[in-house]
Design a protein. Structure first.
Length: 260
């Protein structure tokens, strides 16, 4: 049986012991997750309101010595994806409605993706139910679709994978057209968390998977996302804590993939 895809998100060097089993830059494969994950999306890129990429803000941080992460993953035959993270939904919706800024963003991502094996888009907060009616929600979805379609057209001939981190279909943010997005992306990561209570309610998590499958997402392209909180320090005084997202899965999961 083919091994399910397992994504291990890497934000800064506080994640190194989890992945590599020792303090940076040492490696102890017997203790880390190098043999568990199949891809490593690195959360080192974000964007500003003009559509330009940045490598340090509230959503992403490219640490010193980042080249060591790439080299180590490559030695262990792990593909590394550049992750573009942005969590301000209203600002993101404004940007996506502007074709010139979308063109600028796509060009910047393609340029920076050169040393990576793929791109992971973590663009959150689109389609807040409190701010949109059916007409405006449809426009938000069309604009995000346009970005993903345009980016996929640039990445595919360069043999770069495209993964999308998406709010679940039974969540609060409804700006994601799973049916269309699954045609252009290599995988959709449904972020099945933040429903309110913790641990996450199992019925909601299962529902998010089945809704994605009912929307036409092939099971091989669906990755179940679960959030892991690590109480550690981030080297940014304005944001002392850092959340490390991970995916785990079950053999009974119909999606068959997991993020760890």
């Amino acid at each position: 049986m083919q091994k399910p895809e397992v994504l291990g998100f890497y934000a800064w060097h506080g994640n190194w012991p989890v992945l590599c089993g020792a303090e940076f830059p040492k490696v102890d494969p017997s203790r880390g997750a190098l043999d568990l994950v199949t891809r490593v999306p690195v959360v080192w890129f974000s964007l500003d309101e003009t559509g330009e990429l940045v490598t340090s803000n509230d959503y992403a941080l490219r640490p010193r010595g980042w080249e060591t992460v790439l080299d180590t993953c490559r030695r262990h035959r792990l593909p590394v994806d550049m992750t573009v993270a942005y969590l301000d939904g209203p600002s993101l919706e404004t940007l996506l409605a502007d074709r010139a800024r979308v063109d600028r963003l796509v060009a910047a991502i393609v340029r920076e993706a050169a040393p990576f094996d793929g791109v992971n888009l973590d663009l959150e907060g689109l389609g807040n139910r409190n701010r949109h009616d059916a007409k405006s929600l449809a426009a938000v979805r069309r604009n995000f679709n346009r970005l993903v379609r345009q980016l996929a057209r640039e990445l595919t001939p360069r043999r770069k994978a495209l993964h999308l981190c998406l709010h679940p279909l039974n969540g609060w943010f409804q700006g994601y057209d799973y049916t269309a997005l699954s045609r252009w992306a290599n995988a959709l990561v449904t972020m099945s968390y933040h429903y309110g209570p913790t641990p996450e309610p199992l019925d909601k998590v299962e529902e998010s998977v089945y809704l994605a499958l009912e929307a036409g997402v092939p099971a091989r392209k669906l990755v179940l996302g679960l959030l892991i909180i690590r109480p550690t320090r981030r080297p940014n005084a304005s944001d002392p804590s850092w959340r490390w997202s991970g995916i785990t899965g079950s053999k009974k999961s119909p999606c068959g993939n997991c993020l760890s």
